[in-house]
Design a protein around this ligand. Structure first.
Ligand code: CMC
Length: 383
């Protein structure tokens, strides 16, 4: 079949068959392997969700324990990788550091035959196990602080907070981060997952495929929106300024960060769950004035743009939650990557199991039959 009409952004064009997750954008429904995200947010945890995404069903207690046992040793960084993290430039963005670190993780990992499903799973465990330590280590290096040895007995969320702050996180903060990781873990064929599958289709390892996905997630229209939402809320300066601020944005035809989604035409179910988490956290650790600004912003934007299907997306409340957890603003998107790593690796394995190299077409709009002009005879305009 040859598609002759361009669909910008490939909107709605299926790029793969997948049994990993499902979205109904009109109803605001998201499920992983058939289980609604609300149920997982209420009852599950990130490690269990990784098993669900990778294996297709919820693990038994014994299978979950065995999975954690296999994941555990990989939170400790290979000495060469640790040296690499210590040598990272200080001025870059943490997403750039993460992208480079994942490629380097591949360099220090064993060369294996990726046609073997056991070797594939092992490579995924190595990747998933290392990410929380990698992000935290790069952040401490950037701040000039000594790196913290990971504690393999902690959960991924707990280890991340421990390696970032150097002190044991309290139970509520760990639970809130764990739940945020559950909510961001997978989301069908978005830009970063597509990038991961395109790279996987060349039958390369998960380190390079997920490092490509990190590059895609970094952009402000994708995962990079969460840190911009926080900057935006801070710049508004309080709920009383929201209405005039939105008027100005609409007049300038500028986008409001944290709103709108290619698939959801109602409030993103993950935003609803993050809002619940934010409230739980505020009950114990106190609220933040940014939350009141956010609530007012939601009212004002949905009153103006709700008719177009524009509502808060996942990034709208995540920044408020992460800020309350004491996480620096530009580490918000790496946390998104830590979580989405679970989904990317599920897609990497699914692609490897039944692979066809991605090779889309294009609609050529350039000139044809142009003759070569020797350099001495060319004009400045290149004619
Ligand atoms: N604020 C104001 N207007 C908007 C917004 C917004 N956030 N989003 C879409 N619109 C308007 C847009 O101006 C356009 O209006 P018109 O038809 O009058 O030209 C219309 O809605 C369609 O916009 P679009 O950008 O063509 O639609 P899309 O389906 O490509 O949009 C989006 C998806 C996420 C790129 C867009 O909503 C956006 O840029 N949002 C702000 C950035 C953001 O919050 N991104 C996080 C996305 S969710 C997390 C993730 O997937 O990583």
């Amino acid at each position: 079949m040859t598609q002759t009409e361009l669909v910008p952004g490939l909107a709605g064009i299926p790029a793969a068959e997948s049994s990993i997750s499902f979205i109904n954008g009109q109803e605001g429904l998201l499920s992983y392997r058939g289980i609604r995200i609300e149920e997982l947010a209420a009852h599950s945890n990130f490690e269990e969700v990784i098993c669900l995404l990778w294996d297709g069903t919820l693990p038994t207690q014994a299978a979950l324990d065995a999975f954690k046992e296999r994941l555990r040793p990989h939170s400790k960084l290979h000495p060469d990788l640790e040296r690499f993290v210590r040598a990272l430039p200080l001025q870059g963005h943490p997403m750039e550091a993460l992208q480079a670190s994942l490629a380097t993780l591949g360099m220090v990992s064993p060369r294996v035959d990726l046609r073997d499903p056991v070797a594939r799973l092992d490579a995924c465990l190595r990747t998933m196990g290392a990410v929380s330590t990698l992000i935290a280590a790069a952040e401490r290096h950037r701040k000039g602080l000594p790196l913290v040895e990971p504690d393999p007995n902690l959960s991924i969320a707990g280890n991340f907070l421990y390696c970032l702050n150097g002190e044991r996180p309290d139970a509520i903060k760990t639970r809130v981060l764990d739940c945020a990781l559950v909510l961001h873990a997978e989301h069908t064929m978005n830009a970063s997952t597509f990038a991961c599958r395109v790279v996987a289709s060349t039958e390369t390892n998960p380190y390079t495929a997920t490092s490509a996905a990190v590059g895609a997630l970094y952009g402000p229209l994708h995962g990079g929106a969460n840190e911009r939402v926080l900057v935006q809320l801070e710049s508004i300066g309080g709920p009383e300024n929201v209405s005039a601020w939105v008027d100005k944005k609409m007049a300038a035809k500028e986008k409001v960060m944290g709103f709108g989604h290619r698939v959801y035409k109602t409030k993103d179910p993950r935003a609803k769950n993050l809002q619940i988490l934010a409230r739980e956290l505020f009950e114990i650790h106190g609220s933040t004035p940014l939350y009141d600004t956010a609530l007012r912003l939601e009212e004002e934007v949905t009153a103006r743009l709700g008719g177009k299907g524009i509502y808060p997306n996942v990034d709208f409340f995540s920044g408020i939650v992460y800020q309350k957890l004491g996480i620096p603003t530009d580490v918000f998107t790496p946390i998104f990557a830590l979580s989405r790593m679970a989904g990317w690796l599920a897609h990497w394995m699914e692609q490897m199991e039944d692979n066809k190299l991605f090779r889309p077409g294009q609609i050529y709009t350039g000139r044809k039959d142009v003759s070569y002009v020797p350099i001495g005879q060319r004009s400045a305009a290149g004619k």
